[in-house]
Structure formats: C-alpha cells, structure tokens
Design a protein around this ligand. Structure first.
Ligand SMILES: Cc1ncc(COP(=O)(O)O)c(C=O)c1O
Length: 358
C-alpha cells in the first residue's frame, strides 16, 4: 500500500547530473565553477570552531541580508536568504500557488520547475521557445491572458544560455497580474557590456521576485546558499510563515557572507569564465558542433546526426569527460557543456576530434 499523495505517486523526481570525484575526471556536466571560492571564504571557514555550532543560527541570516542588500543596492528587507536557489523555488510555489492554480514556464527550461509543480499538485503550462530559442512573438500576451498565478523565467536561460533584456522583463511584469520569478542562477556570467540589471524592477513592481544562487558564480555549490530579491510585502509570507525555522545554517551563513563581501575575487573569475566561454564556443563551432552564443557558464551544442549526441556523450564519458545529455524533446541532439578550465577545454576538444575522426 502506498501512502503517497496521488500527485506524488504519479510524478517522476528530479534527475541530477552525475557527481563523480577524482582527479582523473573532467567534470563539465553540472555547471559548477572550475575555480575555488574566494580566499575570504576559506578564511571564514578556518575561523569557525565547533563551539560556534552549539547555538541555532540567526534565523533570518541578518549579516548575509546586509551584505546582499548592500551588493544589490536594496534594503535587507528586500532579501530572503535560502538553502540554495532551489529552496526559494519551492517556497514561492508552496506559498503562492494553490492546487487549482497554474505555473507558466517556457519549454525547455530548468527541469526542476515541473518537478516542483508536480509536488505541489498544481497545473503547469509550458510555452515552447522558437527554433532559435527566442520567445514567441505573442509570449507576453499569452502570459498576461494565461490566468497563471506564477510565471518562472530563467534568465539567462538554461539550458540554452540566451539572455532576455531587462526592458522585455519590465514589459512582462507590467502586463502579468501574477508573480514573475526571474531565476538569475547564472546572471553573474552575463557580459557587463549588456548593462543587464533586473533588480531595479522590484522598486516598481511588487510582483517580481529575483532568484540568485551562490552555487555557480561564487563556487559554493557544495554548500547550498541562495537568496531572493523582491518587494517587502512579497517576501513577507515566505520570511515569516512558510520558511523553515532555521532554513540556512551557521556555517553557510558565514561563508556566504564572506563570499559576497569579497566580490572583487568573484568578478575576476567571471571575466575568466566569459573569456573561456568565447574560445570554447568558437572551437566547438569550428568542429561542426553548432553552439549557441551563451551568457551563462555553459554552452549548448548541436551534435551532427553522423556523430549522435548520446553516442558522443557516452564516448566522452568513457574517457572520463562528463558533459550533460538530456533525454528530452528538442535536446536529444544536443549536449550541454559547462565552462571549465582552459586545460579541461583542451582535453575535451582533443577527445571530440578523436571521436569524430575514429
Ligand atoms: C536555472 C537554475 N535555477 C536555480 C538553480 C538552483 O541552484 P542552487 O539551488 O544550487 O542555488 C539551478 C541549479 O542548477 C539552475 O540551473
């Protein structure tokens, strides 16, 4: 006999990318940062003693809220710290979306969204992106008239790496009567020349929630820390009603705060990753793997039929190089490759050349 709720019994869970440890593995499959977190984070870790764990952490991570507010030029009341960006997604859905209401997303997008909608038991509306991964021309009108309670857009987009402008998001926020979540898990890697900045939207719109993650930009995926930025009335029910009593722990609060306070280090790494992204994109295109220009720390490459995406994924894996294959409509002929170190790219490209020429 099953005790699961009917929606949980029917659903499939999230499939994470493979985690493998070891110096012989080139891991380009889960968009982790190839460089370590800042020395200030290492110092904060060293400064912790087991005695610091005897007490509960500050429930609202006050020091982190101050640091995140100062970085984003908002007030601490506009910040909600969470156990990874994923917790914010779960919180926003459980707080705002009733079972008879719907969540609207694009297809493809982050594969956790449909999983969380299934857990909640609410409806999910998926709007396909166009062939070149841009938004359909009538997307804003469709969202405005959808009756959806929540629209979640990942920007820059996963898994394609494309970026929507803040003007486009402003128009969407203006026209959508529900809550617009802008999932900026990869925003740190956007080329500054775009001048992209969606944070100012929270001043004008009380229905906009921005998601941030420390996993990628700050090299802290193993720690689990993220946060939301939004108008105070929007954050209030999540901060004071639905959040776990101590949703972020003492260790991660200290390290996350140190990471934001040493942003100069992170910025240098983002620039390095952007440069590696350009050269990898050019090299993959040069090998005949049509690769979309990306604003994230990964690229999505179309694999010619003669090679086959799944076969290439497997052949690379056999050589201890992990990339991501999605067994999903429109993605089965593609591979998502995280930006790694230059030496890892060289090994990847050499392996692809070998496999193609075999
Ligand atoms: C699009 C997107 N949003 C949110 C997250 C959540 O990140 P985390 O929970 O590690 O902060 C991820 C992680 O892969 C992601 O790809």
């Amino acid at each position: 006999m099953s005790f699961e709720r009917p929606n949980v019994e029917k659903m499939r869970g999230y499939t994470p990318g493979e985690q493998r440890e070891g110096n012989d593995v080139i891991k380009l499959n889960t968009n982790e940062n190839p460089y370590p977190a800042s020395p200030a984070v290492a110092e904060a870790l060293r400064a912790l003693a087991v005695e610091n764990l005897r007490h509960y952490p500050p429930p609202l991570a006050d020091a982190f809220r101050e640091a995140a507010a100062s970085l984003n030029k908002v007030t601490p009341q506009n910040i909600i710290p969470t156990n990874g960006g994923d917790e914010l997604l779960r919180l926003v859905i459980t707080t705002f979306v009733d079972v008879n209401e719907s969540i609207l997303i694009t297809k493809p997008s982050y594969s956790l969204y449909p999983v969380l909608a299934s857990v909640q038991g609410c409806r999910l509306v998926e709007i396909p992106l166009q062939d070149d991964w841009t938004m359909p021309a009538d997307f804003i009108a469709s969202v405005a008239n959808s009756g959806a309670k929540l629209c979640i857009l990942v920007n820059p987009h996963a898994p394609t790496g494309t970026l929507l402008s803040d003007e486009y998001l402003t128009e969407l926020a203006e026209n959508f009567p529900g809550i617009l979540v802008i999932d900026e898990a990869y925003v740190d890697f956007v080329d500054p020349d775009f001048g992209y900045d969606a944070v100012s939207l929270i001043d004008s719109f009380d229905n906009v929630l921005i998601l941030r993650s420390l996993s990628k930009g700050y090299s802290l995926a193993g720690m689990r820390f993220g946060y939301g930025i939004g108008a105070e009335p929007l954050l209030h029910p999540m901060l004071y009603k639905t959040r776990d009593s101590y949703n972020t722990d003492t260790v991660s609060q200290r390290l996350a705060t140190a990471a934001l306070e040493s942003i100069d280090y992170a910025e240098e790494i983002w620039a390095k990753i952007r440069a590696s992204r350009s050269s990898l994109t050019a090299a993959l295109n040069g090998l005949g793997l049509n690769t979309t220009a990306s604003q994230t720390n990964f690229v999505l490459s179309q694999i010619p039929q003669s090679i086959g995406a799944r076969d290439l994924y497997q052949a690379l894996k056999d050589r201890n190089i992990l990339v991501r294959y999605f067994d999903e409509e429109r993605l089965r002929d593609k591979l998502r490759i995280s930006i790694g170190k230059e030496s890892e790219h060289a090994a990847l490209l050499e392996a692809i050349r070998d496999i193609i020429n075999a």
